[in-house]
Design a protein around this ligand. Structure first.
Ligand code: ASP
Length: 290
């Protein structure tokens, strides 16, 4: 059994001419990750490849095109975790690593620490072969407009990307990458790079959350979901819904994707939209925004 699910962020978006483009990009990311799993590759590689594909697509709030902080700069966060080994790596606030998910992978593989931030994270990524770019590379006209819009209307932009996968060996993995919320204060850290909040995987379940990160952190969302499945024997769907209800009780909005070791997938959200695509070797295959 192999299975893969990717998300392109949860938010209260309107229908837009970009929708087709968004769906196509999600399918491409799904296909790229699927090709890894199908040929016997690891869940970790599949998640990294799928997320890297979405980071390269400027429509999403990750890598190029990511949301801008209040001062107009990009500060990118990413995390990756492998369930079987419970190895994890994350970077916070990087501004020069072309694919932050690759930096998270480098931390996971080669670093004595789990989370690296800022200049130290960039130095580490560069030393481990990650492509580096100037900060301007990430800034698109669309993200500038989104920042102006966010400031006027006090609305936040979503579009974080993430993936969860189950490989042929039964290993699970989860990952996420984001520019954070549009108009955030410089230095703000959301749930995405916090292991157990926005991103988590163990032998039982892999989870990637998206939405208003502050609430997911307060709920300990991703780890909470895993514990409901592992310690309280909740079915995946039930655990995912329960966690999102807890987020909503605090006033938070967003969604999550989760997968268990049997290849079951849950994708709840309490916003109007969550961009998502999924596929299992049992023939389940889909892509949706609403
Ligand atoms: N959760 C992300 C953050 O708070 C944003 C998102 O998922 O859109 O940084």
């Amino acid at each position: 059994m192999i299975a893969l699910c990717v998300h392109g962020g949860a938010g209260d978006r309107q229908r837009s001419p970009d929708d087709e483009h968004l769906l196509r990009a999600l399918r491409e990311a799904l296909d790229a990750g699927w090709a890894v799993l199908e040929t016997g590759g690891s869940a970790l590689d599949a998640v990294q490849v799928a997320i890297g594909t979405l980071e390269d697509e400027p429509l999403f709030n990750a890598g190029r095109g990511a949301s801008l902080a209040l001062d107009g700069a990009v500060e990118l966060d990413a995390a990756l975790m492998e369930g079987a080994t419970e190895r994890a790596g994350a970077v916070i606030g990087v501004q020069r690593v072309r694919n932050p998910i690759a930096a998270a992978r480098a931390v996971l593989e080669h670093c004595p620490h789990v989370i690296m931030a800022g200049a130290g994270a960039e130095r580490f990524a560069q030393e481990h072969g990650c492509d580096m770019v100037e900060p301007e590379f990430f800034i698109t006209e669309r993200a500038r407009r989104a920042l102006a819009h966010a400031l006027e209307r006090r609305q936040q932009q979503y579009g974080t990307v993430g993936a969860v996968a189950l490989d042929m060996r039964g290993v699970l993995a989860a990952g996420n990458s984001t520019g954070g919320t549009s108009g955030k204060l410089s230095g703000r850290v959301g749930d995405t790079p916090i292991i157990g909040a926005g991103t988590y995987a163990n032998q039982t379940v892999a989870v990637a959350c998206t939405g208003e990160g502050e609430y997911f952190i307060r709920v300990g969302a991703a780890l909470r979901l895993a514990m409901l499945v592992e310690c309280a024997s909740y079915a995946l769907e039930h655990a995912a819904t329960e966690v999102l209800q807890r987020v909503a009780q605090l006033g938070g909005r967003g969604g999550l994707i989760a997968i268990d070791r049997n290849g079951a997938i849950a994708m709840p959200f309490n916003t109007t939209s969550m961009a998502r695509a999924w596929r299992t070797s049992q023939g389940d295959y889909g892509c949706a925004l609403w």
